[in-house]
Design a protein around this ligand. Structure first.
Ligand code: WT7
Length: 571
């Protein structure tokens, strides 16, 4: 069963003794690092930005190193403090109150960060939307959250169906535009007039900070609700898992539209006042290696899908760059293939540390630490302060090597506090005191966890989570499509691809043109990552007698696997 093991290397790691830390650890100790330990009144924006800006030794330190193909910019902690204060003042001018939802639909840019922290400073709840979302995805999220203000660009505005968003009062436009009116507000001119002083709204630890939408196997995307309290886990894991030190240059490649891009692309480095690299533009091996080389990145957090592409680009691409600054690499989002780890040892002379967590968990839970042995293929062990286990469907723990539900003893600091407006959905995650993740896994006798797959129908394509129901719903909006069933099909590069089976309405003929048109329909209506890479026309879609699509059966057929129990199949 055991393959090769990769021992820890010598190093002055922040967390040297995992076992000891697990025994003595309490979250209360971590709280002592924060100004609010005494007062209980908190704001993430203060801890991540202003606190460093108030420190004479740090105020002029580079917080953000931004590069994109057409723009380079350095922003210090003090500049970020001022700009986020200005934006907070803009929001107050338009009557934003604590608890209001203010959404961002913006490309990765220096403005994003001023806006984001401006929102938090007012006590409002930020909702970052992934830049590649199309109209339906934007509509569902803005409707569900009842956001009153959206910050976007004139280009992206085309994908905002305003007539269908009655709660949306103002739209703040970043970038050149002619649309100034009662509803449209120009970012640049408002910022110019706004004061750089702002009195931060102090909130309670359990007050709302952030909503990230994510997909399940049924229903619309869920608004996963996070609170300021989460910061203690971002802080601790930045120290132990990212191993951040004051002079590190850190790069997390995730977009802030996803939770990795906020928890670890924003909070974790900045809670420690560490310089953070943000790269706009598309992926290419040379551009990515170039970013590491240009900024002397020392700690790099990325995803298996990108790493697999780097493996394909070969060691030649690595050798074209000086990557000697790199000292620590991590991965998240999908299973990290052992071959990628082996390649990393050769190409970078570094171990790649897998980490496991989810949008709902808010922060890392099961990880490979720099001071511990890596067992390639394993996600690692729970961080101090976290109890993880494998449970059966009743929430009873099962012995080592038995597969079951990967579960975490609730609560923990960064855990979601609710699903926006759907308390029953939130409750359904918990059984017998355990948060049940939806992943299947087993544990070995030394406490390492091994991922096996999803227990529900959620698709993970290139590390992005796609709900089959959303794709099916979009597909049947197309006039040619009668019924649709959507599955994840294994793929060597993307992990899984979205595959759709459809039946056609009378009068439509199966053709490559029609299938391409349907694909484009999903792509332009929902998002590129959700568009089926494969579409297949069938005579019928298997359903249960109660009308539920049997995705499992579709998948078994597709993969030529045994079909199991089909007794509920409608005939
Ligand atoms: C799902 C969560 C917050 C991380 C980014 C994704 C899968 C995540 C791993 C890993 C195998 C992983 C799981 C999980 N996943 N990390 N290290 N190994 N699978 O967040 O979009 O909420 O997706 O991603 O299936 O449930 P997300």
């Amino acid at each position: 069963m055991d393959m090769q093991r990769i021992p820890a290397r010598e190093g002055n790691f922040n967390l040297q003794n995992y076992e000891k830390m697990r025994e003595t650890f309490s979250w209360d100790e971590i709280k002592k690092n924060f100004s609010w330990y005494e007062t209980g009144k908190v704001n993430m924006a203060y801890e991540a930005i202003d606190r460093h800006a108030e420190d004479p030794a740090k105020k002029d330190k580079t917080a953000l190193l931004y590069s994109s193909p057409d723009r380079e910019e350095k922003v210090t902690f003090d500049e970020l403090r001022q700009r986020s204060n200005q934006f907070a003042n803009v929001l107050k001018k338009y009557d934003v109150e604590k608890g209001d939802r203010v959404f961002l639909f913006l490309p990765r840019s220096p403005e994003f960060y001023a806006v984001f922290f401006g929102i938090l400073k007012t006590g409002a709840i930020a909702g970052p939307l992934f830049e590649a979302f199309m109209e339906q995805a934007v509509r569902e999220r803005l409707q569900d959250s009842e956001a009153s203000i959206l910050v976007t660009t004139p280009d992206l505005l085309e994908r905002v169906p305003q007539e269908e968003l009655p709660d949306l009062e103002k739209i703040i436009l970043v970038g050149e535009n002619n649309e100034v009116s009662d509803k449209y507000i120009d970012y640049a001119s408002e910022m110019k007039e706004a004061s750089t002083d702002f009195a931060i709204e102090w909130v309670d630890l359990e007050d709302g900070m952030l909503i990230h939408y994510t997909s399940g196997s049924t229903g619309k995307p869920k608004g996963v609700y996070h609170v300021h309290h989460a910061m203690i886990q971002h802080y601790a894991t930045a120290e132990w898992v990212l191993d951040l030190k004051q002079d590190d240059v850190y790069w997390c490649t995730a977009d802030p539209g996803w939770v990795t891009g906020t928890s670890y692309g924003i909070f974790a480095p900045w809670l420690h006042g560490v310089t953070n690299v943000v790269r706009g533009g598309r992926f290419s091996p040379d551009a990515w290696y170039g970013t590491i080389e240009q900024h002397n990145v020392t700690v790099w957090y990325t995803a298996p899908t990108a790493l697999r592409k780097l493996v394909s680009a070969g060691e030649e691409a690595v050798k074209r760059h000086d990557l000697s600054s790199l000292r620590h690499m991590l991965s998240v989002g999908e299973p990290l293939n052992p071959e990628v780890i082996t390649w990393g040892l050769k190409a970078f002379d570094l171990r790649i540390h897998d980490t496991w967590w989810m949008t709902e968990t808010g922060a890392q839970l099961i990880v490979n630490l720099p001071s511990e042995e890596i067992r390639p293929g394993s996600m690692g062990k729970p961080i101090p302060g976290i109890e993880a286990s494998i449970v059966d469907n009743e929430g009873n723990e099962v012995p080592p090597y038995q597969m079951g539900n990967l579960a975490i003893k609730a609560p923990w600091p960064a855990m979601m506090r609710s699903i926006w407006k759907r308390p029953e959905k939130y409750e359904s995650y918990f059984i017998n005191g355990w948060y049940v993740s939806g992943d299947s896994a087993y544990k070995d006798e030394d406490g390492y966890f091994w991922f096996q797959g999803r227990l529900d129908d959620v698709i993970n394509t290139s590390g992005e989570r796609v709900g089959p129901f959303e794709v099916e719903s979009k597909l049947i909006e197309h006039p040619a499509v009668a019924e649709a069933g959507v599955i994840g099909k294994p793929d060597p590069e993307r992990g899984e691809i979205v595959k759709a089976f459809i039946t056609l309405n009378d009068g439509y003929q199966n053709s490559d043109e029609l299938l391409e048109e349907i694909r484009q329909f999903v792509k332009t209506g929902l998002s590129a990552h959700a568009a089926p890479r494969e579409l297949e026309v069938k005579e019928g879609i298997p359903k249960t007698r109660s009308g539920k699509i049997m995705r499992r059966l579709l998948k078994s057929w597709e993969l030529g696997l045994p079909t199991g129990d089909t007794s509920t199949l409608e005939t």
